[in-house]
Design a protein around this ligand. Structure first.
Ligand SMILES: Nc1ncnc2c1ncn2[C@@H]1O[C@H](COP(=O)(O)OP(=O)(O)OP(=O)(O)O)[C@@H](O)[C@H]1O
Length: 331
């Protein structure tokens, strides 16, 4: 469904690649978390799948298309099979909930009759049946994200890409969004989600791909969030480093994070969803110290090369995220 063969992406003017020799396969029906420190390459990975960026080296296949040779005029049509959700919702502020979702279908030329049926259906699915006449500013953050998800799935995409979809939401609201994404996945859509939310990843127990400095250092079935870049045990130390950095003091060597060797593993078969509920949602932020000991992870069959990585710099800032993907069909 999605295959990366030795993909490297180096942005112009950059001194190091955002993605470095990445090979992996995502199968139909999988739910995959992309984790890693800020700047590790998660958004770049998603943008390459959307063909918003081109790889500097390597090949990418998505839904049977070789993206390297896919003509630009065919890209809008290709993207109809992909839904995208962003952290900041990206709704059209002057359009109602109904019209935000309908707009996606209008620009690809769907009939009025189709739109009148499809939009209420999808709004019902995301739990917003009674709010179709509201404007985005009249909705909570969680409701706005539901509209964004409705918009992303109304055309029944084969793949849903979500770039930190819960990044602006509280834990209970995030749990509701994850329940929704799990339902969408259970209905057959392959989901790839970049996240920093350790609570969600630990609760859902899905495939986890971890990036450090643009390389895959972990590909684990039913994985947890624990990152190589910032090992869980060292969250306290990481916070102490932040405190010292903010106060201008040099970080003592004792506080530097060490990175254990890593065994990368592989594409896992789809598994039954373990969906957090609003009631059970753990109130954990990526930077919350955790006290529980780290369980050894069970490796799965390797098809991704094992990589040993230096610690990632966690200082890069996120680039601007690409605009919504819906484009009118070329004649
Ligand atoms: N358009 C761009 N031009 C130049 N460099 C870029 C661009 N987009 C990303 N980068 C760089 O590529 C690297 C990976 O960035 P990317 O946004 O993919 O990381 P990320 O893991 O998604 O980070 P975050 O968790 O903060 O969103 C970073 O060093 C970033 O500065």
């Amino acid at each position: 469904m999605i295959r990366f063969d030795q993909v490297t992406k180096t942005y112009s003017g950059a001194t190091r690649p955002a993605l470095n020799n990445v090979s992996l396969e995502v199968l139909k029906g999988e739910f995959v978390f992309l984790v890693g420190a800020s700047g590790s390459g998660k958004s770049s990975f998603l943008r390459l799948i959307l063909k918003e960026e081109r790889p500097s080296k390597g090949r990418i296949h998505v839904l049977g298309h070789d993206l390297t040779s896919l003509a630009n005029r065919k890209v809008p049509y290709f993207r109809r099979s992909l839904g995208v959700v962003f952290q900041d919702f990206r709704l059209l502020p002057a359009k109602t909930v109904f019209d935000n979702v309908a707009f996606t279908l209008q620009v690809i030329g769907k009939s009025k009759g189709f739109i009148q049926e499809a939009v209420p259906d999808v709004l019902k699915m995301v739990g917003l049946a009674g709010k179709s006449g509201r404007f985005p500013h009249e909705l909570s953050g969680g409701e706005q994200q539901r509209v964004a998800i409705a918009r992303a799935i109304v055309n029944k995409p084969a793949i849903l890409l979500a770039d930190e979809p819960t990044g602006n939401l509280d834990p209970a609201t995030s749990a509701g969004i994850m329940t929704l994404l799990s339902t969408i996945n259970a209905n057959g859509t392959t989901v790839l989600m970049a996240t920093h939310d350790s609570g969600i990843v630990d609760t859902m127990k899905r495939r986890v791909i971890e990036l450090v400095s643009g390389q895959i250092v972990r590909d684990e079935r039913q994985g947890g969030y624990q990152t190589q870049a910032i090992p869980v045990q060292d969250f306290g130390a990481a916070m102490e480093r932040e405190r010292l950095a903010a106060s201008g003091a040099p970080a003592p060597d004792a506080l530097r994070t060490s990175v254990p060797p890593v065994t990368a593993a592989t594409p896992a078969a789809p598994t039954a969803p373990a969906v957090p509920t609003a009631a059970s949602a753990p109130a954990v932020s990526p930077f919350a110290p955790r006290t529980a000991p780290v369980e050894p992870r069970e490796p799965v069959t390797a098809s991704v090369r094992a990589v040993t990585q230096p610690a990632a710099s966690a200082t890069s800032s996120a680039p601007p995220v690409p605009p919504p993907l819906v484009e009118p069909e070329a004649d």
